[in-house]
Design a protein around this ligand. Structure first.
Ligand SMILES: [Zn+2]
Length: 91
């Protein structure tokens, strides 16, 4: 029977996660889950989902913007300028 290292809850079932506090029994499973969560957080879809789930879109967008690296901000700026130049040349 696995016993939770965090809260000490003994789980009768063969679950990977403690039903009491949600911490993992196996360090390997925890690492895999963390890696998957981090990968999901890095993708555009993951970011959008996080923004939508938060319910406070403005604050979430601001937080995402602050979390972006300087390079990411620069590439977003370049894209914005490129689109602007494209629109300006058409008009
Ligand atoms: Zn626990």
């Amino acid at each position: 029977m696995p016993i939770c290292s965090k809260c000490g809850f003994a789980n009768a079932k063969t679950e990977m996660r403690c039903p009491e506090c949600g911490s993992f029994y196996s360090k390997a499973v925890e690492l895999i889950d963390q890696a998957a969560a981090e990968e999901a957080a890095q993708t555009f879809g993951g970011r959008c989902r996080r923004i939508l789930v938060s319910g406070q879109i403005r604050q979430a967008l601001l937080a995402e913007w602050q979390a972006l690296s300087g390079r990411a901000k620069f590439s977003l700026f370049v894209i914005f300028v490129f689109v602007f130049a494209l629109v300006a040349s058409v008009l």
